[in-house]
Ligand binder design. Sequence first.
Ligand code: UT7
Length: 324
Amino acid sequence: MRRAIVRGTGHYLPERVVENSWFEDKLDTSDEWIRARTGIERRHFAAEGQRTSDLGILAARAALDKAGLAARDIDAVIVATSTPDLTFPSVATMVQAGLGMTRGFAYDLQAVCAGFVFALANADAMIRAGLAERVLVIGAETFSRIMDWTDRGTCVLFGDGAGAVVLEAAEGAAGTSQDRGILATDLNSDGQYRDLLYVDGGVASTGTAGYLRMQGNLVFRHAVEKLADTAHRALDKAGIAPEQVDWLVPHQANLRIIEATAKRMHLPMQKVVLTVADHGNTSAASIPLALSVADAQGRFKPGDLLVVEAIGGGLAWGSAVLRW
Ligand code: UT7
């Protein structure tokens, strides 16, 4: 059985770090409120002129280095993003050019905060179908560019960054859940929830990029319910019991959502990778950032079983089960 295994991870965070206290003299908010309600302490913001593709290229290079591979070894690049440099061409083709890669193919995928999980499922399907041997899967975002800085309910939550994973085809020895690599994925969306989380601009509507709008407490409720559901479905598909999970690597939107999901999955918080305090919500970049940070810390051992899950605008949500 052909499997997509993780060969390397990498990430990039912009230099500028903004602490919660930065917002205190601009808005009616406090470090205390932000920490208590979200778990966020600081976030990174891209420099003026620094684009999503710049972040993606640096994360991709780091992942290639870690994998011991060159750009010419890659067949496809998928960038999950909702904050592209331009309407077109794709950020992925800009990353491709930035890496000096002149063969293969590259495209963007947009499923907002769930984008990386969708891209991972896409890459897994392409690898198993024989369309590609090695795929760079990147989540890269500059959400600071779509913040309404007068809306305290959203602008304190998001940050910029990029994470990347190199997936590679490998023959699974057992053809069972003991194999390394992606074992199952579960994708969902429901467009009737459009108004809970959206950007109020776009090419075919306003002709502007727009600003992020969110009914946070309603998204919160959907997140708590849907994230554990999708994780359980992916585990079922993989034939794995929840207690066999070594690491939950969740979308980093809100510590309270992460804790509620872990509880529903009966996982202790020691098994949960947390980066939300330092990164805030980086949308599609949050899971590959968390994977790369934890990998760099040597936390994942070969054979460990990981679950990744995310939800965001659409609503769109999903999960993947993989063995390290
Ligand atoms: O990545 C995509 C998925 N997105 C998410 O997962 C985000 C999900 N939602 C959340 O994380 C939370 O809903 C928030 C952090 C956005 C808000 O927390 P909450 O506990 O749901 O608060 P709330 O929206 O119910 O608001 C409670 C109060 C309100 O005041 P009143 O109406 O009770 O007087 C808000 O106006 O908190 C107020 N508030 C703030 N106060 C201080 C909202 N934002 C702030 C703020 N500082 N930054």
